[in-house]
Write a protein that binds this ligand. Structure first.
Ligand code: CS2
Length: 468
């Protein structure tokens, strides 16, 4: 079968994207392509893989182009995306990445939570992180995203040029402010004058990104071939819904993202809170409870009446009451729409995929909401259950004793919290400061111990019914 390839000239580079994966290719890249179609400008994207060559190896023979397949309730539609001009693999050629950054006007990132090399509970740079230590020892040849940004910004300052705007597209609250702080910390360790220049001149807008994009499978590659008649080694599958809310704070020119439907606002905070807590929080809850109850995907999980009632309970009783609605948004409508998105059977988003890296995700997805329930004098038993399910999941054994392939930077420490009685296990988890902070509320220990006991004795579905 003929391989997909580029049919129009590659656009000139305006953007460097760090951490090229399926999510950005199914979200940000499409907005940029539409912004250029609507309003012009040179905003071609150089994609950078910070670790492995897989994306480059699949995309290079297709000149960076790929198919985005929308999986809606009414069927599938395919779109040929050609806004990515080339893909670089940072460890193979750090100089090429720095050269691309040297001329970028906008740098976007999807490096996942752990790519920030920070301490999730405090938001500070983890100076003991091996990659950050390497960057401190050798700032000219960076390895982390923070190291690349810092080095490239230094080159811009040295050349008397303005900085590029740095736009984080990861699921972390205040992602721009966090990233700015981390870059300033690293720059401050290397050259305090550089840190002062970045602080004065740099722009790190925060943004909220949303689209459900499961990892591409072999079956998806075959489905795309059947749809387009071309072989594409790197298609992306996505739901119809998408949203991008961006803090309107750029250091220079930008693509006309508003023309593509992005919302440019003064303050992203209420949008981020809504999305991280309503969507990602319940995604994680359904991932752990769903996995333990044998659900392979999120749509399988919500097809189960007990888990469907459980997630609706989380929204109605434990999450929405402590949220502030963004302007013009109805939170109950938002939650209803989320349920419909989760139930879309065409999207096979594995619970195992979402369960990954829980130690980096829980603070912003679940623990903040738990804390606000405490402040309001409430005891969120449904959220306790989600955290307790994560504890069981990260033991590395499910409730029937079968092994779980736990992927998490703290996997060893999490697994070492077991075995033990529920109160002991809970105490060991709560001692992990990176996740729970220095002084977790004693009510959390009590709530988690009860939830863990319920899960271990009654199983996920009964335990879920009991909290409703
Ligand atoms: C998911 C997210 O994998 C995960 O942790 O919760 O990737 C989620 O699908 C997106 O944030 C949706 O916008």
């Amino acid at each position: 079968m003929t391989r997909l390839t580029r049919t129009t000239p590659a656009p000139a580079q305006g953007i460097v994207h760090l951490g090229l994966g399926a999510f950005f290719r199914a979200h940000g890249a499409l907005y940029v392509e539409e912004a250029m179609a609507a309003s012009g400008g040179d905003w071609g994207i150089t994609g950078v893989s910070l670790k492995s060559p897989g994306q480059r190896d699949r995309l290079a023979p297709q000149c960076g182009t790929y198919t985005a397949v929308e999986l809606g309730p009414e069927g599938e539609t395919a779109r040929h995306v050609s806004v990515i001009r080339e893909v670089l693999v940072a460890p193979e050629d750090p100089a090429a990445v720095l050269a691309a950054l040297r001329t970028a006007r906008l740098v976007t990132l999807t490096i996942t939570e752990k790519g920030y090399c920070h301490i999730p509970a405090t938001g500070r740079l983890d100076l003991a992180h091996p990659v950050i230590r390497a960057d401190l020892a050798n700032p000219e040849a960076p390895a982390s995203a923070i190291g690349y940004l810092t080095r490239a910004l230094a080159a811009r300052r040295d050349a008397g040029e303005p900085p590029f705007t740095v736009l984080s597209c990861d699921n972390i609250p205040g992602n721009g402010a966090l990233l700015r702080g981390l870059v300033l910390e690293l720059a401050g360790e290397i050259d305090p004058a550089l840190a002062a220049w970045i602080a004065a001149e740099g722009a790190f807008p925060s943004s909220m990104v949303d689209r459900i994009v499961p990892a591409t499978t072999e079956a998806d590659i075959a489905r795309t071939e059947a749809l387009t008649g071309l072989h594409d080694a790197a298609p992306v599958m996505h739901e119809p819904f998408r949203q991008w809310v961006i803090e309107d704070h750029f250091a220079g020119p930008r693509p006309d993202l508003a023309a593509a439907g992005a919302e440019l606002v003064e303050d992203v905070t209420p949008f981020e809170h809504m999305k991280l807590r309503c969507l990602n929080g319940t995604h994680s809850a359904l991932a752990y409870l769903g996995y333990l109850s044998g659900a392979e995907t999120i749509s399988d999980a919500v097809a189960h009446p007990a888990l469907a009632a459980y997630v609706r309970h989380l929204w109605a009783e434990e999450i929405l009451p402590v949220l502030t609605a963004p302007p013009g948004t109805s939170l109950p409508d938002y939650a209803d729409a989320l349920f419909r998105r989760y139930a879309n059977p065409a999207i096979r988003h594995r619970t195992w995929q979402i369960a990954m890296d829980g130690s980096q995700k829980l603070p912003q997805r679940l623990l903040g909401t738990i804390g606000e329930n405490f402040s309001a004098g409430r005891s969120p038993r449904g959220l306790f259950l989600a955290v307790a399910a994560w504890m069981i999941y990260t033991s590395g054994r499910d409730l029937h004793g079968a092994a779980i392939d736990v992927r998490d930077p703290l996997a060893d420490r999490l697994g070492a919290c077991w075995p033990g009685a529920p109160a002991e296990v809970t105490a060991r988890y709560l001692a992990i400061e990176e996740v729970f902070g220095p002084a977790p509320d004693p009510a959390l220990a009590e709530g988690l111990t009860a939830a863990l006991t319920a899960l271990l004795t009654s199983g996920p579905e009964t335990a879920a019914q009991q909290v409703i």
